[in-house]
Design a protein around this ligand. Structure first.
Ligand SMILES: [Zn+2]
Length: 125
């Protein structure tokens, strides 16, 4: 478990720290800790990405929910953690066994229509 610094996308301030392993989608305020002991909690625990606000302004600290800035940005370099990277790997792992299976589904015999009774009709009168 490693604590990483979290930076605001908009004002580039160091707004919080977070356990790297604890960050996942959907983001919740509870994933973020004060940047130093004694600082107020940066984001309310129950806040989802849509309701997160940077402590330094009324803006959202993350422009995209899955891209979190984890270090001071310098010209030409903005260190970000892409939270979708792990998910994609997991999905492909799960899909692999499925793709090995043949495309056909086992067909179950259809239930016979026993309840259907047709009155006999004389076709011609
Ligand atoms: Zn900000």
């Amino acid at each position: 478990m490693s604590l990483i610094p979290i930076y605001c996308d908009i004002c580039c301030e160091h707004i919080a720290n977070a356990e790297q392993d604890g960050l996942r989608l959907p983001l919740m305020g509870a994933m973020f800790q004060p940047r130093e002991a004694g600082f107020p909690h940066p984001i309310p625990d129950e806040a989802t990405w849509e309701f997160m606000r940077c402590p330094f302004g009324p803006h959202r600290p993350f422009i995209e929910e899955h891209l979190i800035q984890v270090g001071p940005a310098t010209p030409g370099n903005r260190p970000v953690l892409d939270l979708t990277a792990d998910e994609v790997e997991l999905e492909t792992d799960e899909e692999q066994p499925e793709s090995n299976e043949p495309d056909m589904e086992p067909r179950q015999p259809q239930a016979q229509h026993t309840g259907e009774r047709r009155p006999k009709r004389r076709g011609r009168n």
